[in-house]
Design a protein around this ligand. Structure first.
Ligand code: T5A
Length: 215
């Protein structure tokens, strides 16, 4: 059993980078080490925030403006953070979250080209000083990620953006990684699933001094 304080872990990357796939392996590692955790995602994670997710990702004739999209991301995040993430961390439960505020920097800041200062202001308003303890960025060339995502089924509203949008998203993730080296670890997600998993597990075992490999 780990004696670390409850960790807030986020997984990030362009579409189809393999976050959900690798999240399962990460959770197996936590299970193998007797660590109590919850799995969650953004936008969403609570019933109210999942309703906002539906608004954000569905195709609609009157799609939200970029500014509306940004505000809805943070509205969902405020609800998620206050009612689920913080209570878990405060009770000693780790949180594994598929996307968080780095996605807003990448998609609304990079992809939509909204001012980064707006995002910083909203981040402070909604989160105060709260930040993830560890962020894993799964980095993959955009064409590979989109091909994987496309094989999975119909694309949602944001997944339907053009290549240039996702190139800006990826570039912003790379910038975030270079500016937050204590918090962010970038993994090459273009390799096969097992190779990415093995690299990730090695990084995590070293970081948290874990002894039990999930096998
Ligand atoms: N968003 C989100 C914002 O714009 N701003 C924000 O602030 C936030 C929080 C929803 C959307 O919202 C946007 C970003 C997104 O567009 P989401 O629910 O995380 O975000 O949706 P996606 O990113 O679309 O999630 P995906 O499921 O597409 O990507 P994953 O989880 O990275 O990929 P995964 O694991 O499901 O894998 C996709 C396919 O690839 C295969 C898998 O088997 C699967 O079929 N695969 C691999 N194939 C070969 N090699 C590998 N290494 C593979 N890894 C996975």
């Amino acid at each position: 059993m780990s004696t670390l304080k409850a960790q807030f872990i986020t997984l990030e990357g362009v579409e189809g980078a393999g976050k959900s796939t690798q999240k399962e392996a990460l959770c197996r590692l936590l299970d193998a080490n007797g660590i109590t955790y919850i799995e969650t995602r953004e936008p969403g994670g609570t019933p109210y925030a999942e309703s906002i997710r539906e608004l954000l990702l569905s195709h609609a004739d009157d799609a939200p403006s970029a500014k509306t999209e940004l505000l809805l991301m943070f509205a969902a995040r405020a609800q998620h953070l206050e009612t689920k993430i913080l209570p878990a961390l405060e009770s000693g439960v780790w949180v594994v979250c598929d996307r968080f505020t780095d996605a807003t920097y990448a998609y609304q800041g990079g992809g939509r080209q909204l001012p980064v200062d707006w995002i910083k202001t909203l981040e402070t308003l909604v989160q105060g000083m709260q930040r993830p303890d560890l962020t894993l960025i799964f980095d993959v060339p955009v064409e590979i990620g989109l091909a994987r995502a496309g094989r999975r089924g119909a694309l949602d509203r944001i997944e339907s953006e053009d290549i240039a949008f996702f190139e800006r998203v990826r570039a912003m993730y790379q910038q975030i990684a270079s500016q937050n080296t204590d918090r962010v670890v970038t993994l090459d997600a273009s390799a096969d699933v097992d190779t990415v998993t093995e690299t990730m597990i090695t990084v995590l075992m070293e970081r948290w001094n874990l002894s039990c490999h999930p096998g």
